[in-house]
Design a binder for this molecule. Structure first.
Ligand code: ATP
Ligand code: MG
Length: 321
């Protein structure tokens, strides 16, 4: 099975990215043909600062490797190092109905959050379709927020195939129901661009600040609360061992759950959970040249996979005379 997914270097990677995409990708490494990439062209829709984008790209690659992605067991590259994807984006955009993009929630959510609207942000799902179709990916592990974009990619592939003949594999999303949307500090989807994240790699002091800022309600301690509707609980459950989670769940249901205490416990769990990755990250950061080499080699492999598909597309649509 060919499995592909990308992550934007649009800010510090967070636990939503980890559970929604990075961990499923890493666990697919053993069994499947894996394509993992840092999508800097996508991040350009929200980051217009060269230094921040360039540094963020390298750091996202380092973070992914620190968390367990082994570049020798997959194809791992930076999106813009394979320019073929932008050509395919154009071809696909000429057959993407406007209405399909106008219905996309992600665009509307980002605009509502104050991110400047642009043609690139609007056309984001077409670039994403090109990412997936160019490599003929069969499975795409993503968070639930990307489900609609996957449907767009499928619709575009179906349209192309019916107009020009069978060319693209139809991709399927892989979404773990339990981890589909990790809530942010404010209870909305945790997003790099919303400033409501728990970053995977940040100092202990900053981490504490974020955890303490998780929004909870003002129900008195002794009163029962619904754990499943509590933002703190929904984050806590990702890290707590099963027996402890059961105890805390009972406290919610029967009264006695103290948010402050649970937050401190969560902080401890988070810090320990990512400790080994933090150490690997330090080692990787010490030699950025090596990381760049890995990405360059990955891009060569990705490009070799992309070239035949793009050539077929050119031929099928008439861009060869
Ligand atoms: P941005 O705010 O810039 O869009 P993001 O935090 O949404 O950043 P992306 O790079 O857009 O992160 O998404 C990378 C992957 O992480 C996608 O597969 C996406 O579905 C997943 N993901 C992002 N946020 C969450 C979340 N809160 N819960 C689960 N999965 C998530
Ligand atoms: Mg996103």
């Amino acid at each position: 099975m060919r499995v592909l997914s990308g992550i934007q270097p649009s800010g510090q990677l967070h636990i939503g990215n980890y559970f929604g995409m990075m961990q499923p990708m890493i666990s697919n490494m053993a069994e499947h043909e894996l394509y993992a990439f840092i999508v800097d062209l996508h991040a350009l829709t929200s980051v217009h600062d060269a230094q921040r984008l360039a540094t963020g790209t390298l750091e996202a690659a380092v973070d992914f490797m620190a968390l367990g992605l082994e570049p020798e067991r997959c194809i791992f590259w930076v999106q813009s190092d394979v320019p073929e994807v932008t050509e395919l984006t154009w071809v696909l955009s000429t057959l993407t109905p406007m209405g399909l993009l106008e219905r996309c929630h992600s665009y509307k959510d980002k605009i509502a959050k104050g991110i400047a609207s642009s043609h690139g942000l609007f056309a984001y799902p077409v670039l994403m379709a090109a990412d997936i179709l160019l490599y003929q990916a069969q499975r795409v592990p993503v968070g639930k927020d990307q489900k609609q974009h996957l449907e767009v990619a499928r619709d575009i592939a179906i349209k192309f195939n019916s107009l020009f003949g069978d060319t693209f594999v139809l991709p399927e999303p892989v979404i773990d129901a339990d981890l589909a949307v990790v809530p942010g500090l404010d209870g909305q989807k945790m997003s790099k661009s919303y400033g409501n994240t728990i970053p995977i790699f940040t100092g202990e002091k900053e981490l504490k600040k974020r955890v303490m800022a998780i929004v909870t309600d003002s129900t008195p301690v002794d009163e029962p609360k619904d754990p499943d509707r509590c933002n703190l609980y929904n984050i806590f459950k990702l890290f707590a061992p099963a027996d402890r989670l059961k105890e805390v769940r009972d406290l919610y249901l029967n009264g006695g759950a103290m948010y402050g205490k649970i937050k401190l416990e969560l902080l401890e769990l988070l810090w320990e959970y990512f400790r080994p990755a933090r150490q690997r990250r330090e080692q990787l950061l010490a030699d950025p040249g090596q990381v760049r080499d890995i990405l360059r080699q990955g891009a060569e492999k990705a490009r070799a996979k992309a070239a035949p598909t793009l050539e077929e597309v050119r031929r099928r649509v008439g861009l060869r005379y």
